[in-house]
Design a protein around this ligand. Structure first.
Ligand code: FAD
Length: 400
């Protein structure tokens, strides 16, 4: 059977970029579909630390540019949605922490105090007094200083579920190796995406196709036959440890370097323990280490930085993961969402979880410029096609 489904916008890739856009376009009345070839949220999104950054990290490099002002607006966008007052309904999202900390180990105190007190950061970073220390740091063994940032940390699985709730019939599981093909015109504009399963040949047509496939966008650009834009990958080697220490930590441990020494977030595991997930310099410099060696380094770092924490009986693991971004000179970190219009498509990378709202703004602006307006989507479904599942937490199967 040959059939055609006609959408206004077809989104390819169900990480945070695609899912935020999918929900927003559908709410606006666009007929929007989303195609995913693995699990929803299962790429970089679930492997992220879930921090809704407001760009304070850029201040560490003395680099509060216009682009970092873009990220400064993101925590408020997420927060208003999580409070039921924003562009999306994210009231069901689990907020793991509504703030996090910058943490300076003993010895850096006065230099960092001057920095955090600087004009650029006034009102965005508050010193924490001894009497207000969170439980994980409330010990005489802690010799450093803490500064509180109003940046929340969210549970990713709950974000994914909130973004697809009620829209499941507009999600499609695809398999580019076996049954899915990008159909092109001679001028490289996109005809549609064909899904051929047995006798069922379904052509997904749309007025615009938005590529939000993270690392997978590299392969899709090859299928599209485009030389540019090019993608860059920044590899990370993250460490995780599941243990009995009862207090969660959400903090960047900073020294005098641009990259924090360690960023630590805490995620509840199914057996009631915390999984501490560790990134920043530990993960960047850890790329060259094998897992055993990196775990040893992480153990030493934690012993140095939090000697009061007993991690006996812990289960450890590491996770190699790439950040996928538009290519930049010298592997610099892009600090605003990227969106490029090509024919009747758009190639995008959010470059940060936090920047998903910014990416959706860019896409919507481009759709409007092309005269693609919402005309209602009631009853719109992609019938008789398989649906993708939602990701499970990132540490499953990685701890021993
Ligand atoms: P992804 O999440 O990778 O999603 C792409 C999706 O597309 C996947 O589901 C994939 O299966 C699918 N896909 C791939 N190919 C195809 C195809 N051919 N067809 C259909 N679907 C396809 N940012 C923050 O703001 N805060 C943080 O705390 C943070 N921590 C991070 C920690 C780590 C270790 C990493 C790696 C990144 C972190 N980031 C963070 C960055 C953030 O995670 C990413 O920028 C963001 O998740 C990218 O989202 P995405 O939707 O573009 O990509």
């Amino acid at each position: 059977m040959k059939r055609v489904i006609t959408a206004d916008v077809t989104i390819i890739g169900g990480g945070i970029a695609g899912l935020w856009l999918f929900r927003r376009l559908n709410n606006m009345g666009y007929k929007a579909l989303l195609l995913e070839n693995e699990t929803l949220g299962g790429g970089q999104t679930v492997k992220s630390q879930g921090i809704i950054h407001g760009g304070i990290k850029y201040a560490l490099s003395g680099n509060l540019t216009k682009a970092s002002e873009c990220i400064a607006g993101m925590p408020a966008r997420w927060l208003s949605s999580m409070q039921g007052e924003g562009e999306l309904d994210l009231t069901s999202v689990k907020v793991l922490s509504d703030h996090q900390f910058m943490w300076t180990p003993g010895g850096f105190g006065s230099r960092m105090a001057a920095f955090f007190g600087s004009k650029a950061l006034r009102g965005r970073v508050d010193p924490v007094s001894k009497s207000e220390l969170p439980e994980a740091f409330n010990t005489s063994a802690f010799k450093g200083k803490l500064y509180k940032l109003n940046e929340s940390v969210v549970d990713i699985e709950s974000v994914v579920r909130a973004l697809i709730d009620g829209l499941e019939d507009r999600l499609i599981k695809v398999d580019w190796e076996n049954d899915t093909t990008l159909k092109l015109n001679d001028d490289k504009s996109i005809v549609g995406i064909e899904i051929a399963r047995g006798d069922d040949h379904c052509l997904i047509e749309a007025r615009n196709f938005v590529f939000t496939a993270g690392e997978g966008t590299g392969d899709l650009l090859d299928r599209w036959g485009l030389e540019s834009p090019k993608m860059q990958l920044r590899p990370l080697h993250m460490v995780m440890v599941e243990h009995d220490y009862p207090h969660p930590v959400y903090a960047h441990c900073v020294s005098t370097d641009i990259v924090p020494r360690l960023t630590l977030t805490s995620h509840p595991s199914e057996n009631g323990r915390w999984v501490w997930y560790m990134g920043a310099d530990l993960a960047e410099s850890g790329v060259k280490r094998d897992p055993k060696d990196l775990i040893e380094k992480a153990k030493k770092e934690l012993k140095k930085l939090m000697p009061w924490v007993d991690l006996g009986g812990a289960r450890w693991g590491t996770l190699r993961v790439n950040r996928a971004e538009p290519k930049q000179n010298k592997l610099l970190r892009p600090d605003a969402a990227y969106c490029k219009v090509i024919k009747n498509g758009m190639v995008t990378w959010p470059t940060k979880l936090a920047l998903a709202p910014n990416l959706s703004d860019e896409v919507i602006k481009n759709l409007e410029e092309q005269g693609i307006k919402p005309e209602g989507n009631e009853g719109f479904v992609a019938e008789n096609l398989p649906r993708p599942e939602v990701t499970r937490p990132f540490w499953e199967g990685h701890l021993e």
